[in-house]
Write a protein that binds this ligand. Structure first.
Ligand SMILES: Nc1ncnc2c1ncn2[C@@H]1O[C@H](COP(=O)(O)OP(=O)(O)OP(=O)(O)O)[C@@H](O)[C@H]1O
Length: 230
């Protein structure tokens, strides 16, 4: 097994057709070490989300190569991408919790969509993660009775409960206060150290930069800075 969970080579990406065609990524090269925590930064429109969604098999790769967990995504079949997505955890700003399900049930959904595990262990796994994220007292709450930051933490627990190989997160701490934001990112770091989980996270949050192993900065669709921290 190679040390790279993700290996991006010569990646270009375009949106639109004809006159409206616009290049969003230019010759991006990035190798992400297994178990590491990488932050993607850069101004609005620099291509962070485009890169994250390409690596996360949520878009088709049109030019260049992405090897994800040793599988090539360029010219891959949709069925390969679906299969790969089962090994990934996604955390987006729009947390999309089910309004009629409790915090615990929302997290269990993260396992059921993967068809993973033994059902009677699902609740224990969900409770453990919610507890680690400071929501041990809110297991039975519906999303409508949770604050924005609490909902975001439920979404984080839902992404982690299937024990993904890679976590892709877009501004996961934006709705969180400093302490819960740091705790969530610390959890990603710990999962990297203990389980080899790789995290790639887009953020503008300066409070968590010190927790990253690497900070990659994009501008106008290109990597302009790559700061590996020791
Ligand atoms: N679906 C789309 N159709 C057309 N253009 C798009 C689409 N998605 C992104 N773009 C363009 O691609 C470029 C990169 O966008 P992207 O969302 O990846 O940037 P970003 O760095 O994530 O920005 P933000 O921090 O605002 O989320 C921008 O110029 C954007 O307008």
């Amino acid at each position: 097994m190679t040390d790279a969970a993700i290996d991006v080579r010569g990646l270009d990406h375009f949106f639109g057709e004809g006159e409206a065609r616009k290049q969003a990524l230019f010759d991006v090269n990035l190798s992400v070490r297994r178990g590491s925590l990488t932050i993607l930064m850069g101004p609005s429109g620099s291509g962070k989300t485009t890169l994250l969604t390409l690596m996360g098999c949520l878009r088709e790769v049109h030019g260049g190569s992405i090897r994800l967990l040793e599988r090539e995504l360029f010219q891959s079949e949709e069925v390969t991408r679906i299969d790969m997505r089962r090994r990934l955890g996604f955390i987006f700003q729009a947390h999309n919790l089910h309004a009629s399900l409790t915090a615990r049930q929302n997290v269990i959904m993260g396992l059921q969509v993967h068809g993973r595990g033994v059902p009677k262990r699902h609740a224990a796994a969900a409770d453990h993660l919610l507890d680690m994220l400071g929501l041990g007292e809110r297991l039975e709450y519906l999303p409508g009775n949770l604050s924005g930051g609490q909902k975001q933490r439920v979404a984080i627990a839902r992404a982690l409960v299937s024990n993904p190989d890679i976590i892709f997160a877009d501004e996961p701490t934006a709705a969180l206060d400093k302490i819960s934001g740091m705790a969530a990112v610390q959890l990603f770091r710990d999962l990297g150290r203990t389980r080899g989980t790789t995290t790639v996270m887009v953020t503008h949050d300066p409070r968590i930069l010190d927790l990253a192993d690497r900070i990659v900065t994009l501008e106008d669709g290109r990597i302009v800075q790559d700061n590996v921290r020791t």
